[in-house]
Write a protein that binds this ligand. Structure first.
Ligand SMILES: O=C([C@H](O)CO)[C@H](O)[C@H](O)COP(=O)(O)O
Length: 185
């Protein structure tokens, strides 16, 4: 197959995920983000990259958003929100971070394939996304892509859709948000 045929298949796989995501769950997360003082985003590897992109757009909307593990990340306090993106829901460093956030009185949201995973069970809000975890032997979900690629792509597009929902709720547009874009680059 040529590269663009693979591309078409990837887009097709992503289209199929849309009907498998709950608007009710998404709305819970949107509302929690709007009512929380600080938002923290965590993820490992590629899942972490998607979270970083989400934190950046939240900052463009004027939300106090941080990426866990960065040098300038603030302290999590009671009633702050931690959003963990983890396909497997079992990544050890993220389990510890979720436990710590809970012990500090924070709310934990998990974006995961497996609501019954360790991170899913620790979470107060769960967004179930379709896809296969990186160890594909642990899932029957069909994808032509390796490891967790479909989940990770779905996650970044889901995060971008959440941003659009915020923009609608807060009356924001791209021009207003661009005013907060980094200009030392
Ligand atoms: O980096 C990753 C990867 O290449 C899998 O496709 C994962 O995102 C990383 O290992 C974190 O895993 P999960 O917590 O299961 O998302």
């Amino acid at each position: 197959m040529q590269t663009t045929q693979y591309l078409a298949e990837v887009v097709e796989e992503l289209t199929r995920t849309v009907g498998l995501i709950s608007d009710e769950e998404a709305e819970k997360l949107v509302n929690k983000i709007l009512e929380s003082k600080k938002i923290f985003v965590a993820g490992a590897g590629r899942s972490g990259f998607m979270g970083k992109s989400f934190a950046m757009r939240m900052m463009h909307m004027g939300i106090d958003a941080y990426v866990v593990g960065e040098t300038v990340t603030a302290n999590l306090e009671k009633d702050d929100l931690l959003i963990i993106g983890s396909g497997s829901g079992e990544t050890k460093t993220l389990v510890s971070i979720a436990e710590k956030a809970k012990s500090l009185g924070g709310t934990v949201a998990a974006v995961t394939i497996f609501p019954n995973s360790t991170i899913g069970k620790l979470a107060d809000i769960i967004i179930k996304l379709p896809g296969s975890p990186k160890d594909q032997s642990e899932s029957e979900y069909k994808t032509i892509q390796p490891m967790g690629s479909l989940f990770e792509q779905t996650m970044i597009i889901f995060y971008d859709a959440l941003i659009l929902r915020f923009m609608e709720k807060k009356g924001l547009d791209s021009t207003k948000m661009y005013g907060k874009h980094a200009n030392l680059e």
